[in-house]
Design a protein around this ligand. Structure first.
Ligand SMILES: NC(=O)c1ccc[n+]([C@@H]2O[C@H](COP(=O)([O-])OP(=O)(O)OC[C@H]3O[C@@H](n4cnc5c(N)ncnc54)[C@H](O)[C@@H]3O)[C@@H](O)[C@H]2O)c1
Length: 331
């Protein structure tokens, strides 16, 4: 499958970031969004992220095929209006990024499916709605799947590729190959579970974090420090399974040893967490809000965001973003 031209439907937070990533990999991008001012907003966003993308490129993130007729260029995209219309037939891969509403996505997917070539993969960025919920009006639903990025997709390597039960094997492998070709780390999620995988993990950790802060066990600032100075850096290098194997002395035997050794204690912690689940009451939400506001005192959030994104670029430059291995173990 040769992908030279990508269609982007919806250029909000996610669609605009995908556009930058695809441009940085030498692809031609055709974009559409019905919102007034969307074209100007996209242009100014792309200008703002282009320096970071150029830095990442020079770090060795592979470009598109060397025989590509397109070189990485910020001007290699075309904003064509509210819909891709007659340009649908020109795209080799379609990334849909419209608002998270089943009715809207159902209508939009029917339009896209009727217009793009039948061999073109249609990937939805949806973070919560599985594609089985919005393919009812598609003639070729077998090439529809979820390609769920982590925000912002031009910096975060993970893309969760989530097929529905009738997505074809070739659509899955074409999507995996395509995301890998633009320096992402695609992960094939084999079943349509709510929230997919990364957001479920995030929800599990955040629920406990909310509970601890709302109960006054720790402040929001100190809880954030617990993550950024321990689990965060560790898990950025090795995931929880590999970390557990190392913690137990190495190898799968080490992993099993750790579970047998620490398992009983951690089961008590988990039972305690289940007894003290965050209750989502207004009082608890207010308590969290007040602790977060203490943490934010005197800080400029925009500046912090900018620093976070700059540091992420440096971090991925060191670590690399593509499929790699740690002492022979695929990460
Ligand atoms: N924001 C995130 O952190 C995040 C992360 C991963 C995935 N997602 C998913 O990405 C998708 C887009 O989210 P977002 O955060 O970019 O939303 P957003 O509100 O920033 O952008 C949505 C864009 O879609 C446009 N739009 C509205 N109707 C449209 C139509 N009929 N056709 C084409 N475009 C249309 C809007 O004008 C807007 O620009 C959602 O499915 C969301 O779940 C979001």
């Amino acid at each position: 499958m040769s992908i030279r031209t990508v269609g982007i439907v919806g250029t909000g937070v996610i669609g605009a970031s995908w556009t930058g990533l695809f441009l940085a990999h030498g692809l031609r991008v055709i974009v559409a969004d019905p919102a007034p001012g969307a074209e100007e907003k996209l242009a100014s966003y792309l200008e703002s992220i282009w320096p970071a993308l150029e830095t990442m490129d020079s770090s060795g993130v592979p470009q598109a095929d060397s025989d590509s007729p397109y070189s990485a260029s910020l001007s290699n995209y075309q904003f064509v209006g509210a819909t891709l219309g007659r340009h649908y037939k020109d795209v080799d891969f379609l990334q849909e990024n419209a608002p998270e509403r089943t009715d809207l996505k159902t209508k939009l997917l029917a339009e896209i499916d009727a217009a793009v070539r039948p061999d073109v993969v249609i990937a939805s960025s949806s973070s919560g709605i599985p594609s089985s919920k919005f393919i009812s009006q598609c003639q070729h639903p077998e090439r529809v799947l979820i390609g769920h990025p982590f925000n912002p997709p031009h910096l975060m390597p993970l893309v969760e590729v989530v097929p529905h039960s009738n997505t074809s094997a070739s659509a899955i492998s074409n999507a995996m190959d395509f995301y890998e070709s633009v320096g992402r780390r695609p992960v094939h999620i084999k079943e349509e579970v709510p929230g997919f995988v990364a957001n479920r993990l995030q929800a599990a950790l955040c629920n406990e974090a909310y509970s601890l802060v709302a109960r006054g066990v720790v402040t929001a600032q100190d809880l954030d420090a617990c993550v950024t100075t321990s689990l965060g850096p560790r898990w950025a290098m090795v995931g929880p399974f590999l970390a557990n194997a190392m913690g137990g002395g190495g190898g799968s035997e080490g992993f099993k040893h750790l579970l047998e050794h620490l398992g009983p204690a951690s089961r008590i912690w988990v039972e305690d967490m289940q007894e003290h689940k965050f209750d989502w009451s207004q009082d608890s939400i207010d308590a969290l809000g007040s602790s977060v506001s203490d943490e934010l005192q005197g800080k400029d959030v925009q500046e912090l965001e900018q620093k976070r994104d700059n540091d992420l670029v440096k971090f991925f430059k060191i670590k690399g973003v593509r499929r790699t291995s740690f002492h022979g173990i695929a990460l």
